[in-house]
Design a protein around this ligand. Sequence first.
Ligand SMILES: [Mg+2]
Length: 239
Amino acid sequence: MAIEAVIFDWGGTLTPWHDVDLLDIWRTYSSTYDDSRTEELACALHQGEQARWSQQFQTNGAQGTGVLEELFEECGVDTSSPQHAKALAAYLAEWDPHTYTDSDATALLENLRGRGIKTAVLSNTMWPRAHHEGVLQRDGVLHLFDYLLFTSEWETGKPHATVFTDVLYNLDVSAENTAFVGDRLFDDIQGSQNLGMRGIWIPHSTIPASQSTDLNITPAATINRLGEVLDVVLAWNEN
Ligand SMILES: [Mg+2]
C-alpha cells in the first residue's frame, strides 16, 4: 500500500523538543496578571495544567485536556480583563523561542506535497487554534498542510481513535495509506498503528513520567531527524 498522506504530531516532532520550565512560564503570566499573588496563581495554573494532562493520559485520550481558557477560568482568572490579555501575550512571548518549526520541515513538506502526498497536523494541545496557526504562519509552513486538528477543540485526544479518524476523513485517505510521525510511543505511534497507519517515531523528547508507560510497541520506522521522513516514505512507496 502506497503512502498517500503523512500526519504530523506538533510538539517534539515538527518543533524540536525543548525542556521547558512550565511553572516558570506561568510565573511570567501570573506576575503580569496580578503581581500580588504571582506564586499562588502560577502554582494553581501549573497544577491544573498537569492534572489535565494526567487525566488525558490515564483515560487513553477518552477525556481530552480541554482548552487553555477553561484552565484560566478554573483558577479564577477574569479572561475578559485587559490584564489577562496582557498576561497571555507575555506567556506566549515566553513560549516563543520553544515553538520554532524544525529547519527540515519546509523542504520535507514541499517534497511530500510535490509528490501528491497530503499532509496534516494532529496535536494534543490546550492552546487554541489561533495560537498554533500564528506559530505555523510565523515560520512560513501554515500553507503546507491540508488539515490541522488541535485537540483543544475536541473532547478527546491522542491516542483515542476519534481524532485520528477525523483527520483521515478530512484528508480522504485510508489508515493503510497513511503514515503518522510523532515523538511519543503511547499517544502517537500506538494510537496511529492501532488503526492501521504506519508510525514513524522520532525518539528524542523527554516524556514526563506521569505521561509515559512501558509499551511493547514497534514503530514501522524510527528516525533521528525530521527530514528522514521523506526517505522512509519514498522507500515504502517503491515497494
Ligand atoms: Mg509530541
